[in-house]
Design a protein around this ligand. Structure first.
Ligand SMILES: CC(C)(COP(=O)(O)OP(=O)(O)OC[C@H]1O[C@@H](n2cnc3c(N)ncnc32)[C@H](O)[C@@H]1OP(=O)(O)O)[C@@H](O)C(=O)NCCC(=O)NCCS
Length: 146
């Protein structure tokens, strides 16, 4: 897709960013959490925009030289066009600027698309958290050294 720009999320992007989750019937964040996170110095959210529409977003938090990917979501109708890849590449750039040496994230055991995405970008499955999601689904912990 042409004309995709990656920008830092601001408060007016919050509502449309949350809508990208709804296209998958998932609920990772809500508007209040997102608005609070945007005020925090150690959190960064990026959005992928096309003509003002938000196609997807990614969130990361930082502690010392580690970053944690909070979530990456692309509107269902825009998946498989390389948008999550673009968001991740921009996150790597931000991490390098901040001298981050490793990135960690959790992903549902059933979420094969996300696992494939992370593996494509050099993340490895380093451990498992049993029943992490709602006490019923395991989480895989993925890590990438920068
Ligand atoms: C996972 C998700 C973010 C991928 O976004 P996307 O923009 O479609 O990803 P891209 O087009 O950049 O794809 C990059 C790679 O991801 C993997 N991938 C993406 N969708 C896939 C699918 N349906 N099945 C298998 N692998 C998939 C592939 O390795 C792909 O590389 P390839 O095109 O060379 O095969 C998107 O499906 C989504 O928003 N899912 C719901 C939210 C979610 O589960 N987020 C992750 C946990 S927070």
């Amino acid at each position: 897709m042409e004309n995709i720009v990656i920008e830092k999320m601001n408060e007016k992007d919050v509502e449309l960013s949350i809508l990208t989750e709804k296209t998958h019937n998932i609920h990772i964040l809500n508007e209040n959490i997102l608005k609070e996170d945007l005020k925090k110095e150690n959190y960064i959210y990026l959005v992928a925009k096309n003509n003002g529409n938000i196609l997807g977003y990614i969130g990361i938090s930082f502690v010392l030289d580690s970053a944690d990917i909070i979530s990456v979501v692309v509107s269902k109708e825009h998946t498989n066009k390389g948008i999550a890849s673009l968001l991740l590449e921009n996150v790597f750039k931000v991490c390098k600027e901040k001298n981050i040496t490793n990135i960690i994230l959790e992903v549902r055991k059933s979420n094969i698309p996300a696992q494939k995405l992370y593996e494509k970008f050099g993340f490895s499955n380093i451990s498992i958290r049993k029943n992490y999601y709602d006490g019923i689904e395991d989480a895989y912990i993925y890590k990438k050294e920068l």
